[in-house]
Design a protein around this ligand. Structure first.
Ligand code: IMP
Length: 468
């Protein structure tokens, strides 16, 4: 009998920013390899250093603090060499070496300079992260446009840099000509080539590297980037990212065959958030909130953290006005872009959507972060915890998530209200310590989703988590 290993997956079940990294961090010990299977520099997680400092990571998988673990970036990812070189430098500065343990699939596609340029010019209506993600995945699907090779892969540049850098340059020249842009082509190419020199030692040559590791008994944890509702096919299209973010994508973009799959942990947040445009039926304050959160003033958020924090928090929270309550809950939950301070749109936990995500991904265990925040509902006009249990569309109650975005925008949330508790959960460590209302809520969610609770987050610190 073969002593092969297994693979597990952690994915976000909502619109991103659910706190996946903390779950990965919590269970990483059990695995030999932490792997990424989608996305690129659009993903982000912050890791805390031993001396309390913080390092923001985008492309290197979680697990940098475990020197014996392999960190693998799969073929489903798109790689920005310049950003990666900077990230690796930051990691080295805190005394961590990635030598021999960080590997990039040769089949991953390269983010080329023109991708970032195009995304900066065209991504505004979607609110993209402007990392060139969409144009890179589009060029991967295009393969060639007439005689121009558009999909350049990491392995291409590794094996034959001279040839393929010429192709990258051709693509840049074409974009500059078409867009009549003032861009220093030599400078762009030099930056990319210099960065490539720094990171090329991390390129793996064997597309079956991960497969062979698992066959030899190693265990893999796949960490999803973005989330189910941002999946290019299954999410709230078109307000999504350009890759497949769902669990099944781990077995295409993660370079492992599906036979080793064991379990999938889905991560959600008790009060949901979303950045960018798109339908969000349980958003506090609906369309008004969407416009408020997306409003810009000279390229900066019009109502950033500082502006919002000037409001009378208690008055907003208890006002009975959904929009104002949303502003207060956003402040209390700190839902602002880390760098941009852009307000994230916030809303009640939507069980219709959660069920959609759980079923489609075969989620076996559910983690819900920010559970402690539910206590804030006790100070709202209603005083209870709202959960979305079905939708209303054209005066009819429905129990599914409409696929069409315009229909989904018209869909109203129907709520069930539950008794909450105003007790502070942040120091609790075991399920038995939780107030009975919160225990009942956990049981209710488990029943409504048919999924076992892995645990709940009760605060931002590493140890503020109640494991079930
Ligand atoms: P893109 O991935 O940069 O093309 O952006 C497409 C949409 O996905 C935008 O609404 C982004 O804000 C959103 N997005 C991309 N990455 C993340 C993430 O890691 N967390 C949350 N939202 C994201």
């Amino acid at each position: 009998m073969s002593n092969h290993g297994y693979s597990d997956i952690v994915i976000g079940l909502q619109y991103g920013d659910e706190g996946k990294a903390r779950i990965v961090d919590m269970i990483a010990e059990e695995y030999d390899i932490i792997a990424r299977f989608n996305g690129g520099a659009n993903a982000g997680h912050t890791v805390e250093t031993k001396d309390g400092g913080k390092v923001a990571l985008n492309q290197v998988p979680s697990g940098i603090f475990y020197p014996e673990k392999i960190l693998y970036t799969g073929s489903g990812c798109v790689v920005n060499f310049e950003k990666l070189a900077v990230e690796i430098e930051k990691i080295e500065k805190i005394g961590i070496s990635l030598d021999g343990r960080f590997k990039i699939s040769p089949q991953a596609s390269v983010i080329q300079p023109h991708h970032v340029i195009i995304d900066s010019m065209t991504g505004q209506s979607l609110g993209t992260t402007r990392n060139g993600i969409g144009p890179a995945y589009a060029d991967r699907a295009n393969r060639m446009i007439i005689d121009r090779l558009t999909n350049i892969r990491v392995g291409d540049l590794n094996d034959n840099p001279e040839h393929y850098f010429t192709k990258v340059r051709d693509n840049l020249v074409f974009a500059v000509q078409i867009g009549k842009l003032e861009i220093d082509i030599d400078d762009e190419m030099n930056k990319m080539q210099n960065a490539f020199e720094k990171v090329k030692k991390y390129i793996e040559v064997d597309p079956l590297y991960l497969q062979k590791q698992v066959e030899a008994g190693k265990n893999v944890l796949f960490e999803g980037a973005q989330a189910v509702m941002l999946d290019v096919t299954k999410g709230s299209v078109p307000y999504v990212t350009s890759s497949n973010t769902i669990a099944a994508a781990a077995y295409t973009g993660g370079d492992l065959s599906p036979q080793y799959h064991r379990k999938t942990i889905g991560v959600a947040k008790a009060i949901m958030s979303r950045v960018g445009y798109g339908p969000f039926p349980s958003e506090f304050g609906g369309k008004k909130s969407e416009e408020h959160c997306m409003a810009q003033d000279e390229g900066k958020p019009k109502y950033g953290r500082q502006v919002e924090e000037e409001c009378d928090l208690e008055k907003h929270l208890s006002s009975g006005d959904e929009f104002q309550m949303g502003v207060a809950l956003r402040i209390l939950s700190g839902e602002y872009g880390v760098v941009s301070t852009r307000p994230r749109r916030v809303g009640a936990l939507d069980l219709v959507q959660l069920n959609y995500a759980i079923k489609m991904n075969g989620v076996t265990e559910l983690a819900i972060n920010k559970f402690d925040l539910l206590k804030e509902y006790s100070r709202t006009a209603k005083g209870q915890v709202p959960l979305v249990t079905s939708y209303k569309l054209n005066e009819k109650e429905i129990d599914y998530m409409p696929a069409s975005t315009s229909t989904y925008y018209e869909t109203e949330a129907i709520y069930d209200y539950h008794e909450g508790s105003d007790q502070d959960l942040s120091t609790m460590t075991s399920p038995s310590e939780l107030p009975s209302e919160m225990q009942d809520l956990v049981t209710y969610i488990e029943k409504a989703t048919g999924t076992k609770m892995f645990g709940i987050g009760v605060g931002p610190e590493r140890n503020q988590f109640v494991k079930f």
